[in-house]
Design a protein around this ligand. Structure first.
Ligand SMILES: [Zn+2]
Length: 339
């Protein structure tokens, strides 16, 4: 799935659309009624770790939607309270349904019901409480992406030999241009889970906290993927930085020196920032070890799936020559302990 640097790139693509009104919605999402986004404004966008957050609202500080001169076929009766009320509040009540994890939603359907009654004779956007302006969280799958003003094209034939273009999950048409979202899960929430101290691309990334996490008696390749400490770090970054720091993926953090761990952290940050820079410049990132047969020094690379017991096992590449196992008590044997 896309890692932190890709998410930053997606964010950069979305940013020019902030402030614009969604005039039409498309896409093949079955979980979300796209109509609920029509005539809302994209008010803000944020990226945290591997999630992209878009805030939709009525843009009270901006012009109200009915003052806009939309193309004829897109013009709507936004000032019809009954109809639009239903539309709005039906939609909002869906926020409390399957689309929102119950723990993250404090939008109360009963409250909204009251508002609905009170605002029957007023434009629907007048009485909508500010805190009901929801955030749509995007979590991207393996080939997830965001495109601005272009659609993704097939780069190769599928198993049946068809050249079928990928279908976007969601397309947001704005007054000027459109955004297409591919292979992503979307759910509504009340706001981003902001923890910049664990975001590897944030200026506030807390190295000390990350170092403490790495020092645990766990294989470092597990800890690196722990989003509580390394938000935005995914499998590619994991493999590359372990190679760059010459650390075997199954080395226990507790057996490594502070110098080793500091060096690993340096590589986490510099590799991620470098990758982001390349993305912004439209250049490809070349990998040293991820999905390779040989390391840059010409050694045969090993590949195996590693992950915590009962946890997600991730394919891991390493060079047995460049990344020696840390020998602790028993030579040639790294004891793997959990917790
Ligand atoms: Zn090597």
């Amino acid at each position: 799935m896309p890692e932190g640097p890709s998410l930053r790139k997606f964010h950069q693509l979305v940013a020019p659309f902030v402030g614009q009104l969604v005039v039409k919605v498309g896409g093949n999402s079955k979980k979300m009624d796209p109509n609920m986004l029509e005539m809302l404004r994209l008010q803000d966008s944020q990226v945290h770790g591997k999630n992209l957050y878009l805030n939709f609202g009525l843009g009270k500080d901006l012009e109200p939607p009915n003052s806009l001169q939309l193309p004829k076929h897109l013009q709507k009766e936004v000032n019809l309270p009954k109809k639009t009320n239903n539309h709005k509040f039906e939609s909002t009540s869906r926020l409390g349904g399957q689309e929102v994890p119950s723990s993250s939603s404090d939008i109360k359907a009963s409250e909204l019901g009251e508002k609905e009654k009170d605002s029957v004779n007023e434009p629907w956007w007048l009485n909508t409480p500010i805190n009901s302006e929801p955030w749509l969280c995007f979590h991207f799958g393996l080939f997830g992406s965001v495109r601005a003003n272009e659609l993704s094209r097939a780069t190769k034939a599928n198993k049946r030999g068809d050249w079928k273009d990928p279908s976007p999950r969601l397309v947001l048409h704005f007054e000027k241009g459109f955004l297409a979202f591919y292979n992503c899960q979307m759910y509504w929430c009340l706001g981003p889970v902001v923890k910049p101290t664990s975001d590897i691309l944030s200026e506030q990334f807390d190295r000390r906290q990350a170092l403490e996490a790495l020092k645990q008696a766990n294989p470092v390749c597990y800890t690196l993927l722990d989003q509580r400490y390394f938000s935005g770090l995914g499998n590619i970054i994991k493999n590359e930085v372990l190679y760059l720091a010459r650390i075997h993926p199954l080395s226990l953090g507790s057996c490594l020196t502070s110098l080793n761990l500091e060096s690993l952290l340096d590589h986490v940050v510099s590799f991620s920032v470098g990758w982001l820079q390349k993305k912004l410049e439209g250049k490809p990132q070349h990998y040293l070890i991820y999905q390779k047969e040989q390391c840059p020094a010409g050694h045969q690379i090993m590949k195996d799936s590693f992950g915590p017991p009962n946890g997600f096992q991730r394919l891991t590449w390493w060079c047995p020559n460049c990344q020696l196992k840390v020998v602790s008590e028993e030579p040639n044997e790294v004891q793997i302990t959990q917790e």
